[in-house]
Design a protein around this ligand. Structure first.
Ligand SMILES: CC(C)(COP(=O)(O)OP(=O)(O)OC[C@H]1O[C@@H](n2cnc3c(N)ncnc32)[C@H](O)[C@@H]1OP(=O)(O)O)[C@@H](O)C(=O)NCCC(=O)NCCS
Length: 169
């Protein structure tokens, strides 16, 4: 695709790009204060995905981000978003694997997340990487009244998982 892709931790210095991406991916999920808190919280691990086109130097830079909270030996994935123009090119799965690989590297044994019941694309992505549905929070999302689907994935410390993650990141 002629794109140079990098995944690395992002800092509060990139808050403007993060907020624009939040609006594009989620329609404005978190406030600037929430992002500041996450980006400076020691238990929160924030990764960004940036692209540089070999053909077009004006490519937008930060085009995706993801975050998890490390709670005991569990990684709670709180965000995963790819710029709409860059979706369906394998970048979401690359970022998800980078988050899981980071979680593994700090001894997290499991990962969990919650996703809207209508978000088939995201649910497919999580299932593809071994997440299973373990429950639903009825009418959890106030804006639409839809359920939240709770998903879990174990085995992050298993050698087989290390192989999957290393091949993708
Ligand atoms: C969910 C999201 C992160 C996926 O990112 P992406 O870069 O488009 O996904 P990828 O191209 O890496 O797709 C990887 C896999 O995910 C699944 N998938 C992704 N988008 C899909 C869609 N629209 N429909 C069905 N499956 C989809 C497929 O299994 C795909 O594998 P395949 O290409 O072998 O079929 C992206 O659509 C997004 O940012 N959505 C808006 C924000 C959001 O809903 N985040 C999740 C909140 S929990």
């Amino acid at each position: 695709m002629g794109l140079d892709v990098t995944i690395c931790p992002i800092s509060v210095d990139e808050i403007d790009a993060i907020l624009s991406l939040d609006r594009l991916c989620f329609g404005g999920l978190w406030s600037i204060d929430s992002y500041r808190r996450e980006l400076t919280n020691d238990n929160s691990h924030f990764l960004g995905i940036t692209v540089k086109s070999t053909f077009d130097p004006e490519t937008p830079g930060l085009i995706g981000f993801g975050c998890f909270w490390a709670i005991l030996d569990e990684a709670h994935i709180t965000l995963l978003g790819i710029h709409p123009q860059y979706q369906r090119q394998g970048l979401g799965q690359m970022l998800l694997c980078a988050l899981l690989d980071k979680a593994r590297s700090i001894e997290m044994a499991r990962a969990t997340l919650e996703v809207r019941a209508s978000n088939d694309g995201a649910i497919h992505l999580y299932e593809k990487y071994g997440f299973q549905t373990v429950g639903r929070r009825k009418k959890y999302y106030q804006d639409t009244g839809e359920d939240g689907v709770i998903m879990w994935r174990g085995g992050l410390l298993h050698p087989h998982f290390m192989h999957i993650a290393k091949n993708l990141v």
